[in-house]
Ligand binder design. Structure first.
Ligand code: PLP
Length: 287
């Protein structure tokens, strides 16, 4: 089967799909994106993802390229044409192609829209969740609007590479005061010895993770207490569990930080319960 990708109104085979060489996403990182889990051919938490997309576009003054209804039709088409049952849907919207100039083109300038769906073997992610991941901490060197899901991902790319080089699976960013901001592509959590879930409050320094929000709903269902406050690396090492949340990993236990074990150095029961209950609580979108 030839996989196809949606680019600006066309569903084209990969080899034929192209964007303009002067696209502002390519030249300036002037664009936003979303990654949505596809499960049983349906989208997980589409409303929260589309709400966040609207927020990112508005903050960057990029006009919405189409209505939510039209976007959902594109999603459905891309998923169906690529026969994705379990996987991810990726959407990227940039400010479009224009002769290279820092100043913004007119408001009515057409955006570039790219959407693809890819199958993923979630059994592998489940297997990893049974083992957990090691993270490496590093100074958060990103810009001041990490709450916007922009395609300017170079700090995350380099952080993940440094983590990999150190034998870890992911990176945790730490702010100037020693508090963990978030993972390179996920939100960071700990479970205190008292059984409380702690995660950094929303602000300009972290992405408002859709999985983070839904995990809060799951915690409420399970009658677990969630406290939104910053925590340090030492807090995490002294916690009984740590984990990260994202659309591709859902709830992934963190068992080691900079080579030191978290809790018993094994995935914990709270992370396992949240992971197991997640999809029963999340919105499953009609595609
Ligand atoms: N934080 C960062 C920096 C991310 O890149 C991501 C996902 O890509 C997340 C958090 C988790 O967000 P979500 O749960 O919406 O996937």
């Amino acid at each position: 089967m030839t996989r196809c990708i949606y680019v600006n109104g066309r569903y084209a085979p990969y080899a034929e799909a192209a964007i303009h060489a002067e696209d502002r996403g390519f030249q300036f990182g002037d664009g936003v994106y979303e990654v949505i889990e596809v499960r049983g051919g349906r989208l997980v938490d589409p409303t929260r993802h589309l709400d966040r997309l609207s927020g990112s576009l508005t903050a960057l003054m990029i006009a919405a390229p189409m209505s939510r209804g039209c976007l959902m039709r594109v999603f459905a088409e891309v998923i169906a044409r690529n026969r994705v049952s379990s996987g991810i849907l990726y959407l990227q919207v940039t400010r479009g192609a224009a002769a290279r100039d820092f100043a913004l083109p007119n408001q009515d300038h057409p955006a570039t829209v790219v959407c693809l769906a890819r199958a993923m073997d979630f059994a592998k992610v489940d297997a990893r969740a049974r083992v957990g991941i090691a993270v490496k901490t590093m100074a958060d060197n990103r810009w001041g609007r990490c709450d916007l899901k922009t395609v300017m991902l170079l700090p995350a790319v380099l952080a993940k590479q440094a983590a990999k080089a150190a034998g870890a699976q992911d990176a945790w960013f730490v702010d100037r005061d020693g508090f963990v901001t978030e993972g390179a592509s996920n939100n960071a959590w700990i479970v205190t010895k008292a059984g409380e879930l702690v995660t950094r409050p929303l602000g300009h320094d972290i992405l408002p993770g859709v999985t983070r929000a839904t995990v809060m709903d799951v915690a409420r269902e399970l009658q677990l207490k969630v406290i939104e406050r910053p925590f340090t690396v030492a807090d995490a090492l002294g916690a009984s569990e740590a984990f990260v949340t994202s659309a591709t990993t859902i709830v992934m236990p963190v068992v080691q930080i900079d080579g030191q074990p978290v809790g018993e150095g094994k995935p914990g029961a709270v992370a396992a319960r949240l992971r197991a209950a997640f999809h029963a609580v999340a919105e499953m979108g009609g595609v």
